[in-house]
Write a protein that binds this ligand. Sequence first.
Ligand code: MRU
Length: 360
Amino acid sequence: MNNTFTKLPDTVMLDEAAPALVIIDQTLLPTELRLISLYSLSEIWDAIKKLKVRGAPAIGVAAGIALYLASHAILQKGVTDTTQFLDMLRADKDYLASSRPTAVNLFWALERMYKTALSFIENGGTVTACVDRLLAECKAIRDEDIASSKAIGENGLSLLTDGCGILTHCNAGQLATVRYGTALAPIHVGREKGMSFKVYCDETRPLLQGARLSAYELVCDGVDTTVICDNMASQVMKDGRIQAVIVGADRIAANGDAANKIGTSGVAILAKYYGIPFYVAAPTSTIDVTLKSGELIPIEQRKADEVTEMWYETRMAPEGANVFNPAFDVTPNELITAIITERGIIKPNYTENIAKIMEK
Ligand code: MRU
């Protein structure tokens, strides 16, 4: 096994001089590792929609930087009236919020930025000073994401043993955050401590985040990585190759129900059947206490051609066949062994214990 660590650049960055949002264009991976600079809100909206930047925490950090860029652009237009500034900023926030519906980190970061601007202006701040304040806030969101991903890695590592087999679904790794990831953070942190793991990546139809992205970043980190088709998970579990399943989340309801990439709930059912612990790893910014249960989480429906055409030289399903393409499903809390956050590991009863950890 090639153990050479190929350090990836941060997934989401701010170019302060431009200013611009800089991201790894994840639609090009694993063929090409390319950083792209995005200057306008329409470019950023499009990048989120098309999954050039994706994964709940990474979308949140990108949205925070995007709202700072929006404030900077408003100032550049000569707007100094604070009411007009806030009206324009709110319109930009609402526009960015329309890019994708499920990952709560998008709305969390946009609201945090807007509320920062609102309270700054209400306390007598000028537009120019407010733009500086928003620069500091988007950097804080980025830095907190790095710190919480590392802490999730440390907390999650306590549940793993050296050499164990892990199954993951989709990509909840560095490419879904700024660094380290959530579900893959314990693996990256373990690697830093000289540990090794055997990781099985569900390819994750239809957009192949497991095969293209998780496998890519794990191989870059020198991890023993095996890609399997989604319908092989049962067999690798039955064979005794998997000691833990770890996945990420796009939104966790107050009762612990967790929305994640389509197919996750099926993996959870298999894990229960085979008696394998099923862990969800996510920062507390992914927990939406305003939703009582997972039934209330909005699920994104995506275009049919992602299923029928995108990965094939010629269309592989007949014209006229309907396509159902939900991007996420919800794993019920009773299938989740524990939720790994930066503040600690949450175990059932989730309604009580989520409330406690969110108060911290
Ligand atoms: O559609 P995507 O690629 O944005 O979906 C991503 C996932 O489902 C991830 O597992 C989730 O966002 C957690 S990322 C740490």
